[in-house]
Design a protein around this ligand. Structure first.
Ligand SMILES: *Cc1c(COP(=O)(O)O)cnc(C)c1O
Length: 388
């Protein structure tokens, strides 16, 4: 429960955010630290190693602080591998659906664990990994879907390219392989992990007996209020005790869940059937998951359609007709110049944004744990032009 004092300080912070230049992402260090404490607790109680999946949150300015709480980073290719190596410099694991010939040696130099998606890639690069003294893993596909509705995030969907299925798994070709990796979850609780592990054991139990480590991937919503951490820890201990495995997890979202904001300004208010507020931010450019997932981002001091007296459709400056964030209601009428603060904007936002239609990139700021606002990064015209 949030006590009155804590709530007051949150509201004061929100008020302060409303004075910032817009559009602007703000990372909330205190909330990030609270997530990190939860993740560190899992590490300490189980001895599993937790890695930051940089795909969700790559704000390297905070990597040295994050590295004080967890074991390292997970990456998907050369650039993330290098960022994790240079900015955190701890345990660094890489998985890619396929590696390029001209990048693999540099990737190997940055990473301790190299995970392949096929036996063909394993054959091609095995000797180079072993010669460098690094560890080899294979990503498996347990063909066990626990997600409903969004196939785009389900690596177990039909014809998936991610992971080797049991039928394609060559048990006589495992020379040099010491670990298995799977990643099948997305924003899920530990009951789905538990069921997935049962499927993994049923299909690959004989292989696990020969391995030294397993990586349970990401998608574990560990820092969400209703997440069942004891069940997660039972799953980890089961793999440690039954197979003698070292266990890794690589959540992304859980690190920075609810630890950031996007501040925007109302530029105009128009009307077409309902009032529409035009904002200086864009779903397509600054919060692409709103359209891709899709989802409705939380907005401070607002309600659902019709819940409060004044309902607006919130849309962007761009020319994309569908660049709409959603419908929200407010206690007071919106005015030109008002500031709005979207929540949960640290993850899959900065890492995915773009300058479509010439939209500027939001500034990145840090609300540090003492309440100070620090500019981490500003962008301008050159950032748009230099990509073209
Ligand atoms: C996306 C991804 C993650 C992180 O997933 P979250 O949903 O952000 O926790 C971890 N591992 C792999 C291989 C991924 O593709």
């Amino acid at each position: 429960m949030m006590n009155a004092e804590r709530r007051k300080s949150v509201m004061n912070n929100i008020k302060n955010l409303c004075r910032l230049p817009t559009p602007c992402y703000v990372i909330d260090e205190e909330k990030l630290i609270r997530n990190l404490e939860i993740l560190r607790g899992v590490e300490q109680r189980t001895e599993a190693k937790i890695l930051l999946a940089q795909k969700a949150f790559s704000c390297y300015h905070l990597y040295s602080m994050i590295g004080e709480y967890v074991s390292g980073t997970a990456c998907s290719g050369l650039f993330e591998a290098r960022l994790g190596y240079e900015e955190m410099g701890k345990e660094n694991h890489v998985f890619s659906a396929a590696y390029r010939e001209n990048e693999i040696d540099e990737i190997i130099s940055y990473c301790g664990h190299i995970i392949f998606n096929s036996f063909s890639q394993l054959e091609r690069y095995r000797d180079r990994v072993l010669k460098a003294g690094k560890k080899i893993g294979l990503r498996i596909n347990p063909e066990f879907s626990t997600q409903e509705g969004h196939e785009i995030y389900d690596p177990c969907s039909p014809k998936s390219r991610l992971g080797i299925t049991n039928a394609n798994f060559l048990r006589d070709k495992l020379e040099g392989v010491t670990g298995l990796h799977f990643h099948t979850l997305c924003e899920q609780n530990s009951d789905d992990l538990e069921r997935t592990l049962e499927a993994v054991e049923e299909k690959f139990g004989d292989v696990l007996e020969k391995m030294e480590w397993i990586n349970l991937g990401g998608g574990h919503h560990i820092t969400r209020a209703d997440y069942d951490i004891p069940r997660l820890e039972r799953c980890i201990r089961h793999m440690q005790e039954k197979y003698g495995l070292e266990v890794f997890l690589e959540p992304g979202e859980a690190f920075a869940l609810n630890a950031g904001y996007l501040v925007t300004e109302v530029l105009d208010i128009i009307s077409n059937d309902i009032p529409i507020a035009i904002l200086d931010t864009s779903a397509a450019c600054h919060m692409p998951d709103v359209l891709e997932m899709p989802y409705r981002p939380p907005l401070y001091d607002s309600g659902e359609t019709g819940e409060k007296q004044f309902t607006y459709r919130l849309g962007s400056q761009t020319c994309l007709a569908g660049d709409v964030i959603g419908e929200y209601s407010f206690d007071n009428e919106l005015k030109i110049g008002d500031r709005l603060v979207f929540g949960d904007m640290a993850i899959y936002s900065m890492v995915k944004n773009n300058t479509f239609n010439g939209m500027p990139l939001p500034e990145i700021m840090l609300l540090d744990k003492s309440g100070r606002l620090i500019t981490l990064r500003k962008f301008g015209y050159e950032d748009f032009k230099n990509r073209l």
